[in-house]
Design a protein around this ligand. Structure first.
Ligand SMILES: [Cu+2]
Length: 126
């Protein structure tokens, strides 16, 4: 019985450790295209993908975006002008949505808990 619990705890650490390790590798870059062709944003150290990169979206071509929280604190992802608000994303959680616009322009994305340090631009163009 006790051995089983220890084994489960050990496996949990290995799984969580692997996920964090992968996240560390990925977050060295800027924007990432996931397998499904969308963008992956990692929340870590109060930044989005280290550098709060510009996210380029084409007019009338919805772009899937997944936001994963790899920090120890909660964050959110908000784009007022595009009606995106993930709500709070807890540590270890993620949220997938779509960025879509039929108007070109530059739209601010940000975390409402850390505005100024966690914010960047979504650029919609043809
Ligand atoms: Cu934040």
């Amino acid at each position: 019985m006790n051995n089983n619990i220890i084994a489960i705890v050990a496996i949990s650490f290995i799984v969580v450790g692997s996920i964090w390790g992968i996240g560390n590798l990925i977050s060295q870059n800027n924007t990432h295209f996931s397998k499904s062709g969308g963008v992956l944003l990692l929340m870590k150290d109060n930044k989005f993908n280290v550098t709060n990169p510009d996210i380029i979206v084409k007019i009338d071509q919805p772009l899937k975006i997944s936001i994963a929280n790899q920090d120890f604190r909660k964050h959110d992802f908000i784009v007022d002008d595009l009606n995106i608000n993930t709500g709070y994303i807890s540590s270890g959680q993620d949220f997938t949505t779509v960025i879509a616009s039929n108007k070109s322009g530059s739209y601010r994305y940000y975390c409402s808990i850390h505005p100024g340090i966690m914010e960047g631009k979504i650029i919609v163009k043809s």
